[in-house]
Design a protein around this ligand. Structure first.
Ligand code: IVH
Length: 681
């Protein structure tokens, strides 16, 4: 690859990976499978190997994990929580074995364990008491979620064994067994809540919940797999697992000591055959060098131990027949084709539907009803079709034409130039769009009306009580009491759901509370196309009020960081629509925030568009936190130093290269303390 191309590709890959990391670690809403994610990361790693001078200190290959959420106290890990090198190939496992034996100068024994697909946690015990439970966070600092973790029954709160170290740390994986997950999801659906996509998302979401009572009701469990501390004893990793077990910790029994790589591969095959019967999700097998002396000799790279590797199973694939294609209309009118399949078991569940994404994907796959197709499960609940088995296609079928009219309201669909999605233009009359906007409005990151869920919104809409978001604020007790819905479960049984006094009270209180949600989230809640959480925040911080935003023209809008022509056009369209203006007036009359509060506004412009480059590690901020603080105060952040840079914000361990470059270009170097003084001036 040419250097120019490499620069471009590295920057694209880094941004893509950053986005996926954010979705995975922060939102717990991954959109691609681990396999696809790892492929991106591997591509970036190999490009960086080829062009070492293009490696940025902010490259995702240098990072161990995700960013930190601010909801819980952020605390440092005593020992960084490293990740594992991973592979999908047996050949690379053999390479790992060859490397280990070469470095050790002798053969070694391995321990194979399951790679549990959950959320990793660090548990700290002092004098036998559980004192702290910290999520992985970015590997250096994580969230203190002790209150939540204490509710998990399989984690001992104190250990009564006499002979235990005064201070030690246990690492493990919190997960949700499948049976509990299915039960919980069924109950959520019965109560009108949206189901979780998979057990891992449910676990991550639960651990970040601030109501520990709710956590206690969720079926969380743990397997521990690593013991750390000074003077712990034991000569092997296997001894330590046994020690943990004897202290009452839950260690997974599916594990083995293996005399060499052949036995490791045999274990991997055996587990691969039976993984669907485990009752919980795994995504691979972890192979660890057993002797602690060997582990010490092998040591660590910056990101992972040299004495361990994870073998990941490829997503399972199934072959089945495509019966028909449905079209779903989303909140913004996007029409998504969905395949109805002949039921087929896949990774422990029965698959009946798969997404076809959009007209372009559908055309590229050239799927036709009656075809045999291959389906694969990524991170999401809805599997996807990866290919058509052309050899078994019956003659006589022709390519499927995408719909021309909305399946819900009959409007003629349109497509924007350069986009793959088809849209239904009937924003105000198309039921799934109306319901979708309502569901988006009440979501946690928008108005956070927890007392309403998708099912309840549907009931309100079906009963003609709400048809836009302002209607929510006009609901009365009389409207809601006794409202009924018949729910039919998969086995055909019918159940009636009816609103009682307590539910009604909760709903009304939840709606009332949303009046204090800050402007930036209100702006996001309005559901303007392309205005996600970040863009809404940027617009709100720039304009401070909806009135200012409404006055902005395209030229003005694109001066805001991250706003380009597409978003600007969408914002203008939204405010040009008289129906939206009326909606805002009604919401305003109901006391919804359309102006930034004083604190939000006060944070806004002190840095006056100064350009910062951030490098190193900080004490009071996470790396992302300090960037957010710069932006929140009107500054801008860039990843590389140039003559346009105003300040290099230097943390600890900043590379000498950066300093030299800043000095050569005359860029001012400031410390974290200087920065804090700047923004509190
Ligand atoms: S050992 C220093 N063992 O996989 C070694 N990790 O990709 C630390 N995981 O962050 C990890 N099951 O969350 C280890 N039996 C197991 C595991 C396991 C799941 C997770 C863990 C880790 C990630 C690395």
């Amino acid at each position: 690859m040419e250097r120019e191309q490499a620069i471009e590709r590295i920057s694209r890959l880094s941004e893509e990976i950053r986005q996926h990391n954010y979705r995975y670690y922060q939102l717990a809403e991954p959109v691609i499978s681990d396999f696809e994610f790892d492929a991106l990361l591997k591509e970036l790693e190999s490009l960086e190997k080829e062009f070492p001078d293009l490696v940025s200190p902010n490259s995702p290959t240098r990072r161990v994990g995700g960013d930190i959420t601010k909801e819980f106290n952020t605390v440092f890990h005593r020992y960084p929580m490293l990740s594992l090198e991973n592979t999908y190939s047996e050949g690379e496992l053999r390479d790992f074995d060859a490397r280990v034996t070469r470095l050790l100068g002798e053969d070694c024994e391995y321990v194979c364990e399951l790679k549990i697909d959950g959320v990793s946690i660090s548990l700290i015990y002092e004098e036998g008491r559980l004192v702290q439970a910290i999520t992985r966070g970015d590997g250096v600092r994580g969230d203190d979620v002790t209150v939540n973790v204490r509710t998990i029954h399989s984690i001992p709160l104190w250990i009564e064994q006499g002979d235990i170290p005064g201070l030690f740390e246990v690492r493990g994986e919190i997960f949700m067994p499948r049976a509990g997950f299915d039960r919980m999801n069924r109950q959520r659906e019965d109560e009108g809540e949206s189901p979780f996509a998979n057990p891992r998302n449910a676990t991550a979401g639960t651990l970040k919940t601030q109501d520990s009572q709710l956590v206690a009701r969720r079926p969380l469990d743990i397997f521990v797999y690593y013991l750390l501390g000074d003077n712990i004893g034991g000569e092997t990793h296997f001894d330590r697992l046994n020690m943990l077990k004897s202290w009452g910790m839950k260690v997974c029994d599916v594990r083995a000591r293996c005399a060499g790589i052949e036995q490791v591969l045999a274990f991997i095959h055996e587990v691969g055959e039976s993984r669907n019967q485990l009752g919980f999700d795994i995504d691979g097998v972890v192979i660890k060098v057993n002797s602690l002396a060997h582990q010490e000799k092998l040591g660590y790279t910056a990101k992972s131990p040299r004495w361990a590797i994870a073998y990941k199973y490829k997503a399972e694939e199934a072959r089945t027949r495509l019966v028909s294609i449905d079209y779903q209309v989303g909140r913004t009118g996007t029409v998504t084709p969905v395949a109805n399949l002949e039921s087929v078991p896949l990774s422990g569940t029965i698959v009946k539907r798969a997404t076809l994404h959009n007209a372009d994907v559908m055309a590229a796959l050239d799927v036709r009803p009656g075809d045999y197709v291959f389906v694969e499960k990524g991170g999401e609940i809805i599997p996807k079709i990866t290919a058509v088995d052309l050899l078994s296609r019956h003659s006589g079928s022709g390519p499927v034409q995408f719909l021309t009219h909305c399946p819900e309201c009959g409007s003629v669909l349109f497509r924007n130039e350069g986009e793959s999605a088809w849209y239904c233009p009937n924003e105000t009359g198309c039921p799934p769009q109306i319901k979708g906007r309502l569901v988006h409005f009440i979501a946690r990151k928008a108005m956070n009306i927890e007392s309403l869920g998708e099912g309840k919104i549907e009931m309100l809409f079906d009963n003609g009580l709400v048809s836009d978001v302002a209607d929510l604020y006009e609901l009365t007790e009389k409207d809601l009491l006794g409202l009924e819905k018949v729910i039919r479960s998969e086995d055909g049984k019918e159940k009636k759901l009816s609103f009682r006094e307590k539910t009604v009270q909760n709903i009304l209180e939840g709606i009332d509370k949303s009046r204090s949600v800050p402007f930036e989230r209100v702006l996001f809640a309005l559901g303007i196309r392309y205005v996600g959480e970040t863009v809404a925040r940027k617009l709100a911080r720039h304009y401070h009020s909806v009135d200012n935003l409404m006055k902005a023209d395209a030229g003005d809008l694109i001066t805001v960081d991250e706003i380009g022509d597409k978003i600007a056009g969408s914002v203008l369209d939204f405010f040009q629509n008289p129906l939206n203006l009326e909606l805002i007036t009604r919401l305003r009359n109901h006391g919804i925030q359309f102006t930034s509060s004083h604190e939000e506004a006060a944070q806004s412009n002190i840095l006056n568009a100064r350009l910062f480059v951030v490098s190193g590690v900080f004490t009071t901020f996470t790396r992302d936190g300090i960037k957010k603080a710069i932006e929140a105060n009107g500054g801008k952040v860039s990843s590389s130093i140039s003559s346009k840079t105003d300040y290099l914000l230097a943390g600890e361990n900043m590379g000498p290269e950066k300093r030299r470059k800043a000095e050569t270009l005359g860029v001012k170097i400031i410390s974290e303390g200087d920065f804090i003084r700047m923004i509190s001036a």
